[in-house]
Design a protein around this ligand. Structure first.
Ligand code: FAD
Ligand code: FES
Length: 522
């Protein structure tokens, strides 16, 4: 997912293009002064912003215009056409923005407009004097950054049990593990960033307890930290398998950068791997290990990988994809023991292995929330503002179970973009915005040269309708329950994925408008 940034497509927009060539709602890809950009007409206005997404360099010209924003086709980041600001994760940085002049029936892209950030900043009265964030992952880091972007000037502390500063966790099972992403791509920010932003990032610091009466967190190593507002963003932990040999040194789990580094080091000297678990992490690991030419066997309890989430047809397709890349599946069974050289299955089969990776799911890390007496329901219960049962304490990311606007059910998901967007919403709510979390869930997976993006949330569906050619990797799968459209997965149809996201958002908005008209609480 990288593109050649030196290649400039389209016209030099500083030379001017006829206004008649700029259709409403279309994007013209061009360049100026060596930089690619898109020129857009929105009503009577013209906008020019950078054409390369600041997340993984996705091509914004192939994205979707929605009002005065553009959404990236790859992982649905959203940028303002007016300012270039990254309005939605996973992009964290703005794109450049240029002034456009209309003259003699033409549009000319002129000088760059300095991104001055938001005007003003929040009123300081009623602001919490200090914010503590527990967790330095997707939700925690996105919240810390958004607090500063929104102008919060108070004390801001991020406590993370991880030894590494916030990093790109999804990459750990993909390019980084496959050896195609260098280590320097992994941190989300430079080491100076947190100092510059006055974010007191404390690494290797585990919070052991929360005293909600005293408004302080107690640290495992001793000491405490007081807060006025608190965000719990402790993520999830891999489910550990208690089986003989499960703690041998060649048995790995994958959650942290340290885990991935250890796995890479072991992969360099391994020939045969057994991956226990046939869901996303297991299959992404299998693909990455195949890229390193390691013989891979995947063991899973299910009869069809990912069937529960993606349906039988897509599950079988993914299985075939892996088999074409040389992976051997052992499904409908599980591992019963591991020794130095092999893994024994319930079926009695013995598979040679000098590397074992266990990816059998995660559990939300809710011990702190439980200890603090917060309401728990298979996750930390939050309201639509992502506030827990204790005022002033918020939860976001893998631990949060929130009222989903689309299904009207309480859901908890384990998606990178959702965690970041929740962190961003919490930041604004800490500043008193009372913003409902209504983003439609989104995740993606990459295995070999295959990519799938998923919008919505279908926890149980009775229909998975495929439109297009699955075998040709060009299709849209719509998941319904009781006739209600709950989620859409797209395979190499990025624009369809974006359109589905917008459609879900409009459904939510229409429902809320209806409830408001009816005078009912929404
Ligand atoms: C290998 C891998 C690949 C993935 N790929 C994808 C993908 O392709 N697409 C996708 O949508 N999602 C993916 N995910 C899921 C995604 O990474 C998670 O949903 C996301 O990271 C959740 O963010 P979070 O902030 O809730 O938790 P995390 O990012 O896990 O962060 C939790 C933080 O809390 C800290 N912490 C925990 N307990 C304490 C404590 N008591 N005190 C202090 N700190 C504490 C941890 O050290 C960590 O810093 C992947 C996950 C993994 C592991
Ligand atoms: S490349 Fe644009 S959102 Fe990922």
């Amino acid at each position: 997912m990288s593109e050649d940034k030196t290649k400039l497509d389209g016209p030099d927009l500083s030379q001017g293009v006829p206004l008649s060539s700029l259709a409403e709602g279309a994007m013209l890809l061009g360049h100026t002064q060596g930089e690619p950009l898109i020129l857009v007409r929105h009503g009577d206005e013209l906008f020019a912003i950078g054409a390369v997404c600041t997340h993984y360099s996705g091509p914004l010209a192939e994205g979707l215009l929605v009002d005065d924003t553009v959404r990236c086709p790859w992982h649905h980041a959203c940028f303002s056409l007016r300012t270039g600001e990254a309005l939605r994760a996973p992009a964290l940085n703005p794109v450049s923005c240029w002034r456009v002049e209309q003259r003699d029936g033409k549009a000319f892209v002129r000088e760059k407009i300095e991104n001055t950030g938001r005007e003003g900043g929040p009123a300081t009265s009623g602001m919490p004097a200090s914010v503590v964030i527990v967790g330095g992952g997707a939700a925690g880091s996105a919240a810390a950054e958004m607090l500063r972007r929104e102008g919060y000037a108070g004390r801001l502390t991020m406590l993370s049990a991880d030894e590494a500063a916030p990093y790109d966790r999804p990459n750990l099972s993909k390019n980084y593990l496959a050896g195609s992403a260098p280590e320097e791509w992994i941190p989300l920010r430079s080491s100076e960033f947190y100092k510059e932003q006055s974010i007191d990032l404390q690494l290797g610091v585990r919070v052991a307890a929360i005293d909600t009466a005293k408004r302080e967190v107690r640290l495992a190593g001793g000491g405490h930290q007081s807060y006025d507002a608190l965000l719990l963003a402790t993520g999830a932990e891999p489910v550990r398998l208690a089986l003989p040999g499960g703690d041998l040194p060649h048995v790995h789990y994958l959650r942290t950068l340290a885990d991935s580094r250890a796995l890479v080091a072991k992969a360099l000297v391994s020939k045969q791997a057994v991956v226990i678990g046939a869901s996303f992490i297991g299959l992404e690991v299998a693909a990455s290990l195949r890229a390193r030419n390691i013989d891979v066997h995947v063991v899973g309890r299910e009869s069809c990988p990912m069937e529960k989430i993606l349906g039988t047809e897509v599950g079988n397709f993914i299985r075939n994809l892996h088999e074409e890349h040389g992976v051997t599946f052992h499904l409908g069974t599980t591992a019963t023991s591991i020794d130095q050289r092999s893994v024994t299955l319930q079926s009695g089969e013995i598979i040679p292995a000098d590397l074992v990776v266990i990816g059998v799911g995660v559990r939300p890390a809710i011990a702190l929330a439980e200890q603090a007496g917060l309401a728990i329901d298979r996750g930390v219960t939050v309201d639509e503002y992502l506030e827990t049962s204790v005022p002033g304490i918020f939860a976001a990311g893998d631990i949060a179970r929130w009222p989903d606007r689309l299904t009207a059910e309480r859901i908890r998901v384990e998606h990178w973009v959702v965690a970041q967007r929740q962190g961003q919403t919490v930041a604004r709510n800490i500043l008193g915005r009372r913003e409902r979390f209504d983003a439609v869930p989104f995740f993606w997976t990459e295995q070999y040269d295959f990519g799938l993006a998923y919008v919505g949330h279908a926890e149980g569906f009775d229909e998975a309708k495929i439109d297009g050619q699955l075998a040709a990797r060009d299709c849209t799968i719509t998941y319904r329950r009781g006739g209600q459209k709950l989620a859409v997965a797209v395979i190499h149809r990025d624009l369809e994925g974006l359109r589905a996201e917008v459609e879900f958002e409009r459904t939510i908005a229409a429902r809320e408008a209806h409830s408001a008209r009816a005078g009912a609480p929404s």
